[in-house]
Design a protein around this ligand. Structure first.
Ligand code: ATP
Ligand code: MG
Length: 265
């Protein structure tokens, strides 16, 4: 391994998160390093998106305990902007539409925010990068001129999230159900986009319900989330086992009656 490459580390220890006074994440531990792909799976309502939102600093998600660091720096102390600037990225399960801001303007300001004042990306370099990413994702060129996600189809929004990731070059990327709503071809294209970026410089946390995505983005680790924590971890074979057998066997093994947060007796 090269000595000069910076390998980022996201470290989550004992994280607890409440939404509107209700505790959703309860003491979650996870470490993601550059070069690693971690898949987080788990039944609906077990806190996967809550984890993603809390890591990015969404104001509705109140961290009630634990520590999160990126390269040793306290993430929980950072504003949302700062987290993005430091290299955290979230592709959202439900991307929002932003009227009045073109996709390319949005991308350019996001890149510049990440690069910092005085180090703005030269226009030509931006155009080149954008073109390359649009081509890689097989997105029509005029899409970047349209308002951010406005009127985009479900699959187009998902591609747009990966477009952002490709241009922002994050250290840690959290992909929350990027596969939902994608047709089979788009799934492969999006996975290819992610795979092209994979290196020691990027750690990826993919949240998904389906093994199918993991055929294209091969995870090193698979984690199962229930009741707001990781209850089981394994290698890629765990995802295959889940695909074949569902979740009941894990619940039985661990004595979990109801997997969703807040349903337990
Ligand atoms: N903003 C919110 N307001 C109220 N409840 C919330 C909010 N966000 C999350 N919750 C609740 O927290 C629980 C976990 O939700 P979350 O979206 O994290 O689940 P998930 O594991 O991502 O599920 P899915 O697989 O369906 O996407 C759910 O019961 C949900 O209703
Ligand atoms: Mg979710």
């Amino acid at each position: 391994m090269s000595q000069t490459v910076h390998q980022p580390v996201l470290q989550i220890e004992g994280l607890s998160v409440a939404v509107e006074g209700k505790e959703i994440i309860r003491g979650l531990d996870l470490t993601v390093r550059g070069g690693e792909v971690h898949a987080v799976m788990g039944p609906n309502g077990t806190g996967k998106s809550t984890l993603a939102q809390a890591l990015m600093g969404h104001p509705r998600y109140e961290v009630t305990g634990g520590r999160v660091t990126l390269d040793g720096e306290d993430v929980l102390e950072m504003s949302v902007d700062e987290r993005a600037r430091k290299g955290l990225f979230l592709a959202m399960q439900y991307p929002s539409e932003v009227s009045g801001v073109s996709t390319s303007d949005f991308l350019r300001s996001a890149i510049n925010a990440r690069r910092g004042e005085g180090n703005e990306i030269p226009l030509m370099e931006f155009v080149r990068k954008l073109d390359r990413a649009l081509k890689a994702l097989e997105m029509p060129h005029d899409m970047a001129g349209r308002y951010l996600n406005e009127g985009f189809s479900g699959g187009e929004k998902k591609r747009n999230e990966i477009l952002q990731m490709m241009l922002l070059e994050p250290k840690i990327a959290i992909l929350d159900e990027v596969d939902s709503g994608l047709d089979i071809d788009a799934l492969k294209i999006v996975a290819q986009g992610v795979n092209e970026m994979l290196s020691e410089r990027l750690g990826v946390l993919v949240i998904t319900h389906y093994q199918r995505l993991l055929n294209y983005i091969r995870p090193h680790y698979v984690h199962v989330m229930m009741q707001g924590r990781i209850v089981k971890s394994g290698g890629p074979e765990l995802a295959e086992e889940l695909e074949a057998k569902g979740y009941d066997w894990i619940k039985e093994e661990l004595g979990i009656v109801d997997e969703a947060v807040g349903q337990e007796a």
